[in-house]
Every structure is written in C-alpha cells, then in structure tokens.
Design a protein around this ligand. Structure first.
Ligand SMILES: C[S@@+](CC[C@H](N)C(=O)[O-])C[C@H]1O[C@@H](n2cnc3c(N)ncnc32)[C@H](O)[C@@H]1O
Length: 217
C-alpha cells in the first residue's frame, strides 16, 4: 500500500493538514533533544521529512539513518535528503546493534506497526541508555466540538480526497488505523512496557496530534 501511494504522499500530507505536518515534525525533532554530532534513527521514515528535521539538528558531524520497508518511499527520501542515509528495514526487526543511537523517532508510522510493543521495544533497544524515543501520531479527540470535526474530517473528507488520488483503499485505511491506535495514556503504558521511562506526552493541533517521548532506561 505504501509503495502505491508514495508518489502522492507528500502532496496529500500538505493538503490534509494545510501544511501543518512540518511543524509537528519539528516538535518531534525537538523532543529527541539531539545536538551536533549525535546519531539518530527515524523509523518508518517514509519520504524522509522527519529524518530531514533530525539531520538539521545533528549537523554534518552527526548521522541520521531513516529506515522503511517501502522501497518507493525510500527512493523519494533519498532524492529529497542526500544528508541522511536511507535503508530498507522492518521496524519490528531492526538490524542495528543495541545502543547504536542517541535517539529514535517515528512519525505517523507506529500506527501501522503490526505489533506496536515489538516496534517500540526495537526502537528502545537501538538507543543508548539515557537516549530518547519519540512517537508522533494522530490521535482521536474525545470532546466535542473537536471530536465532531475530527469525525467528519477523517471519516468523510479524507476518504473523498483519497478517491482523487486513485487509491481510495489507502485513504480508507488511514482513519481506520487512527481509530484503533491506543489513546495517549495507553500508548505511554505500552512505551513503558517497551523499556522506556520518564514518559511524557503533549497533545496539539486541537487534540488531533500526540507527541510522546520516553527515555531508555
Ligand atoms: C504514514 S507513513 C509515515 C512516513 C513518515 N514517517 C512521515 O512522517 O510522513 C508510514 C510509513 O511507515 C512505513 N512502515 C509501516 N510499517 C513498517 C514497518 N514494520 N517497518 C518499516 N516501515 C514501516 C510505511 O512503509 C510508510 O512509509
């Protein structure tokens, strides 16, 4: 599915979020608390936008690796961001040694993991003790009127926009995957089970975006 939508992915993100997705990725990169010379991993990197944010922070002395299991997404990331390294990998079985990175991030990808706990545990494993794991995800507002707006946006407008791209399945999958993703408190509990501590989260964009960060123990 992600191979199929790679060519429209960036445009759809900008249309669906009115361009705000870049701001959310910048906030995720801030939570990774990287400095010049650090090493960072962006899991389920897609077309590489979050990896690009991380690369700005680690500078030329640092290193950013973006991994994904869609070659078409990776091709686009490589063309966009020569300053980061993009490799094929399954988030549920990363090939990096323990503690190889100062931080690992995942933007709008954790929702797609077939085994969330395993994906988060893999991210925690490849980060050194004291390093950070950051999860940026869409979340479902619980209180009206935002919950109404969210429902119309995700259940009606996004599938309709998806039809225009010629891949309506993918844009039906998106709201379904948001609905079944754990609420912020449950996600924090899963991060704890994955080996993270000092977990905190913030909700932004009127309650539709959650940013979680935990420290590797
Ligand atoms: C919605 S896109 C998010 C892309 C990017 N992180 C962003 O911020 O726009 C989800 C990405 O997760 C990738 N993905 C999902 N499950 C994965 C897994 N188990 N291993 C590697 N990549 C995965 C998909 O190929 C897709 O590129």
């Amino acid at each position: 599915m992600f191979d199929r939508i790679a060519s429209v992915y960036d445009v759809m993100n900008s249309v669906m979020t009115a361009g705000l997705h870049h701001r959310w990725r910048r906030r995720a990169a801030d939570l990774a608390a990287l400095g010049p010379g650090d090493r960072a991993l962006d899991v389920a990197t897609g077309t590489g936008d979050l990896a690009i944010e991380l690369a700005r922070r680690v500078g030329p002395q640092g290193e950013v690796v973006g991994v994904d299991f869609s070659e078409s997404m990776l091709e686009r990331a490589r063309a966009k961001a020569p300053g980061a390294r993009f490799e094929w990998a399954d988030a549920l079985a990363l090939s990096f040694p323990d503690g190889a990175f100062d931080a690992a991030t995942v933007g709008f990808g954790a929702r797609n993991f077939s085994d969330l706990l395993r994906g988060l545990a893999e991210m925690a494993r490849v980060v050194r003790p004291g390093g950070r794991v950051v999860v940026l995800e869409i979340t479902t507002p619980t209180k009206p009127p935002l919950s109404w707006f969210h429902q119309v946006w995700f259940d009606r407008l996004i599938p309709a926009l998806g039809k225009l791209t010629g891949d309506s399945d993918a844009y039906h999958y998106l709201p379904a995957s948001v609905q079944r993703f754990p609420a912020p408190r449950q996600l924090a509990a899963t991060m704890e089970r994955a080996g993270l501590e000092q977990i905190r989260w913030l909700i932004t964009a009127g309650g539709i975006i959650a940013l979680h960060v935990g420290t590797v123990s």
